[in-house]
Design a protein around this ligand. Structure first.
Ligand SMILES: Nc1ncnc2c1ncn2[C@@H]1O[C@H](COP(=O)(O)OP(=O)(O)OP(=O)(O)O)[C@@H](O)[C@H]1O
Length: 605
């Protein structure tokens, strides 16, 4: 049994990454950590002092000669000493709690910062992998307070052990024999607690997925995102029942384990109680025989419950460590992740030419973990001053192509070139500034309308006229100017005074964001899908009028959106199958004509 407990301790130590956790907490709150450690020593000293002062007081009371002259003064002196120790101990405990809280806050802040920093550093491929989500979610769930919790728990355990040693030395002052006697009776309690802490931790690990499933169902029932569908398809009770089935299963197993633990704890507590009375009997007999004092009995009555609660604290500290080791691991797992691709060591600056073309040469791409390529041998040119369109059926690879253009992924083979230079040679941030994209799943920022647009280029000097110009070109100005607070109106309903707008209006805001940036290339991935026909026409007219030396890439399933493009590529199954102008493509007997001929005949009518 002892061997298996030692093994468990070893596993716990390596899982918790104690050294790394310690370094982390040290970096976040060095000064407070030093104070914490000092307070442990101070507290232990005062704890021991307060108990020992009590023993001496009781001994004095028992042996004092009441007729003696200064007996009262002597007793009062000892009462004052004992009281002083107790008051100081209480003050030290309160101060320790304060120090622990400050340290926890500092570490939590530091951790938040590190987790966010890491989340920003990671490239898109991570965000499309379930493994990464698991790690990120676990690290976030772990809460930024875990590392501090682990360290303070270790410090608490150390403090309790120190106090236990102090108490043990007091036992020895009564009679050395009490110590082995107590160890025999109390140790089973400690073993049982450690055994069940480990068992509960294993249980938690085994049921993480089930717990996640139930919180997913709970989210579905309570979140605003699914509120509409849940009501219209009457799914509420179905999800609620599924949730209940999982919770009952989890609860049943949890209670089974709790029952076993309670049973074992009852047995070991009974053994400890028998031990307590054995010791009391031993000391009482000693008092009768004159080998122990009344003060010894009083001291024992004080320190036995103390030592018991210290042991309890140690074991619950150990169970906290068990509970947290899985979380700590996730945090370090996240910290150890590296972005899949980074800047080259010798980057070149972006050419300053007014006109630069963006070209894809024989580009092929396969998603990480995917078996088949999504794009094969793609050749596309986006010349300066032109509007280019890409059309294709669902799943053809259009959005994937945009991810490559924005350098959210690198191709497996072939290259993307800006002004004839491979884009991998540029600094990533500098290259990404050359493009502004409105993605199919664009972001709806719950900030002011002006900020929603300004996010297109935070480095650009803030001037309202630029924001309004972008907003006018995207068609957003029409609704923003009607808000009482105009461009300072908070968008969305997440915060007070927020204004929710329609999907089409959100889309106009996202387009304004892309137009606000002075990037060379504007990419619209199904970005006009929710725009009405008039708004869409006005947008493309403005596009054509203001394009200058910039270029645009439009992806759309609507003929109205792509027909004005200077050149169109048709993508099918990850390859370019046709290219040309709208007119040329409609004349050909190919995918494009099949997609849009109906529109053509309608527009002729
Ligand atoms: N993160 C990913 N990991 C693996 N495969 C992916 C990933 N994203 C997309 N795919 C696959 O790549 C293919 C192309 O997807 P993509 O989103 O580029 O298509 P699309 O042409 O934009 O389609 P739609 O018109 O529906 O937007 C699909 O078969 C899809 O399953």
């Amino acid at each position: 049994m002892i061997e298996s407990i030692t093994q468990k301790f070893k596993n716990l130590k390596s899982n918790l990454n104690i050294k790394r956790t310690l370094v982390l907490v040290w970096k976040a709150a060095k000064g407070w950590m030093i104070i914490s450690i000092t307070m442990i020593v101070v507290e232990t000293f005062l704890f021991l002092g307060s108990i020992y002062a009590l023993k001496i007081l009781i001994d004095k009371v028992a042996h004092i000669n009441s007729i003696a002259q200064n007996s009262e003064a002597l007793i009062i002196k000892h009462v004052l000493i004992a009281a002083a120790f107790s008051v100081l101990y209480a003050i030290a405990k309160a101060f320790s709690a304060y120090v622990t809280e400050v340290q926890a806050t500092k570490v939590a802040n530091y951790m938040d910062e590190k987790i966010h920093q890491k989340a920003i550093e990671m490239d898109l491929s991570r965000y499309e992998s379930p493994d990464y989500y698991d790690i990120l979610k676990r690290a976030k769930d772990a809460g930024s307070d875990r590392p501090n919790l682990v360290i303070t728990t270790i410090m608490e355990i150390a403090k309790n052990l120190l106090n236990l040693f102090a108490v043990a030395s007091l036992f020895i002052t009564i009679n050395w024999f009490l110590l082995p006697l107590l160890v025999i009776f109390v140790l089973p309690t400690l073993f049982v607690r450690i055994y069940f802490a480990n068992k509960q931790n294993m249980w938690r690990l085994k049921h993480t997925e089930l717990e996640r499933k139930s919180s997913y169902l709970s989210n579905l029932i309570t979140s605003d995102v699914s509120a509409k569908e849940i009501r219209s398809f009457n799914l509420g009770y179905y999800f609620k029942n599924l949730y209940q089935v999982i919770r009952i299963e989890v609860l049943h197993q949890k209670l089974k384990l709790t029952y076993k633990r309670t049973l074992n704890e009852t047995i070991t507590s009974s053994i400890a109680t028998i031990g307590f009375f054995t010791c009391i009997g031993y000391i009482s007999v000693g008092t009768v025989r004159g080998t122990t004092s009344v003060g010894d009995i009083a001291l024992f009555l004080i320190i036995f419950p103390q030592s018991f609660s210290l042991i309890q604290n140690v074991s619950s500290g150990i169970s906290i460590l068990y509970h947290n080791n899985i979380f700590i691991n996730s945090i370090f797992e996240l910290f150890d992740l590296k972005p899949s691709f980074t800047n080259t060591d010798e980057s070149v600056p972006i050419p300053t030419d007014k006109e630069l073309d963006l070209e894809l040469e024989d580009v092929s791409f396969t998603y990480p973990h995917a078996k088949k390529p999504t794009l094969s041998k793609i050749n596309i040119k986006i010349p300066s001053g032109k509007i280019i369109a890409i059309v294709g059926l669902n799943g053809a690879g259009k959005s994937t192509l945009i991810k490559l253009l924005c350098r959210l992924y690198d191709p497996i083979s072939g290259s993307l070139k800006l002004g004839k230079i491979d884009i991998r040679k540029f600094e990533m941030e500098a290259y990404r500034k050359q493009l502004s994209a409105v993605f199919q799943d664009f972001s709806k920022y719950n900030v002011s309308a002006a900020d929603n647009i300004r996010f297109g280029d935070l480095d650009k000097k803030y001037e309202e006229e630029n924001i309004i110009a972008a907003s006018k070109n995207s068609g957003a100005h029409l609704f923003i100017e009607k808000f009482p607070k105009g461009y300072q109106t908070m968008m969305g309903r997440l915060f007070e005074d927020g204004h929710e707008v329609s999907i089409g209006q959100w889309q106009k805001l996202a387009i304004a964001r892309a137009l606000y940036s002075e990037s060379r290339f504007i990419i619209l991935d199904e970005a006009t899908s929710a725009l009405d026909a008039i708004a869409e026409k006005e947008l493309f007219d403005a596009f054509r009028k203001h394009i200058g030396s910039r270029a645009a890439l439009i992806i759309s399933h609507r003929h109205s959106a792509v027909k004005h493009a200077d050149y169109i590529y048709v993508l099918s199954g990850g390859s370019i199958v046709q290219e040309g102008t709208d007119e040329q493509l409609l004349e050909m007997d190919g995918d494009y004509a099949k997609l849009f001929n109906e529109h053509k005949s309608k527009s002729k009518v």
